[in-house]
Write a new protein. Structure first.
Length: 277
């Protein structure tokens, strides 16, 4: 991977991680088109450390309050029904499904699930699902009304992000909309819920790269991660503002158009379904 390719992929990661259009799909596609092939699941997971750090910085005040109240609830200084303490437990419980499935299906996630035919199908099919859910969403519930059942369902929806083309934010936001939550509330919880899973996956892959790759390209990886961080902060700010007054129709249109474009590129041989990583 060249420095230019790392810069491009870092920008792509930052731009697409929080939008409901699948960052892993875009990194895989752009990686091939720039000549560096699919950077792989490990590269995607490590650069996501940059975008998730952006989430931590952007929501630092909320995260600090949640952690503080959760800790106080553990020692009995505040009731477990405290909204912030409860949010801490909901994030923990909602993170368990993706950790279990991620470990169980690690080989599949890093190999044949990255087949671009699967990616194209997920981009188009799940994009249409997001459109339908958004069209009939009630948009009335706030995060203060988040129940334990909904927290688990959010966590199960996040598991869909293990398949490139679905989108972590797309899956969890769609689940939130289906359960009646407002768009901005669904997005905020989706971002908070992703923190444990993405940091865990990123650090795991970081250690794995260091242990198994005799010549890891730390320089380009670091550059891509840093760029993804700065771009990610800007995207979070824009997205939360945008969805407070707009629906997801243009994201749906983009996903379907991209799915068709990827299928055409696969049929014409420009893209390979399963390139060498």
């Amino acid at each position: 991977m060249t420095w230019l390719e790392a810069i491009i992929l870092g920008i792509v990661q930052g731009l697409t991680e929080f939008l409901p259009i699948s960052s892993s799909a875009h990194v895989s596609i752009v990686g091939q088109l720039t000549g560096s092939q699919d950077p792989g699941a490990a590269f995607t997971a490590v650069t996501q450390l940059g975008t998730e750090t952006a989430v931590v910085i952007y929501f630092a005040k909320d995260i600090g309050r949640i952690i503080a109240q959760w800790c106080k609830a553990l020692v009995g200084k505040v009731p477990h029904s405290d909204p912030d303490a409860r949010m801490g437990w909901l994030v923990i419980i909602g993170s368990i499904p993706i950790v279990i499935l991620g470990l169980l299906f690690q080989d599949a996630i890093e190999s044949y699930l990255r087949n671009l035919w699967i990616t194209a199908a997920m981009l188009g099919g799940f994009g249409l699902l997001i459109g339908v859910v958004d069209r009939f969403a009630r948009n009335e519930r706030s995060l203060e009304q988040l129940t334990w059942k909904h927290g688990v369902l959010y966590g199960l929806a996040q598991c869909l992000a293990l398949i490139p083309g679905v989108s972590r934010s797309g899956g969890t936001i769609a689940a939130g909309l289906a359960m009646g939550y407002r768009r901005e509330a669904a997005a905020r919880y989706a971002f908070l819920l992703a923190i444990p899973a993405v940091f865990g996956s990123g650090l795991f892959q970081l250690a794995k790269v260091g242990a198994t790759d005799p010549d890891p390209q730390w320089g380009p990886i670091a550059v891509a991660t840093i760029i993804a961080f700065f771009v990610g902060i800007a995207v979070i700010h824009w997205l939360l503002k945008y969805i407070s007054t707009h629906d997801f129709r243009w994201f749906v249109v983009y996903r379907v158009v991209l799915a068709v474009a990827v299928a055409v590129l696969l049929l014409t041989g420009v893209l390979e379904p399963l390139p060498q990583v």
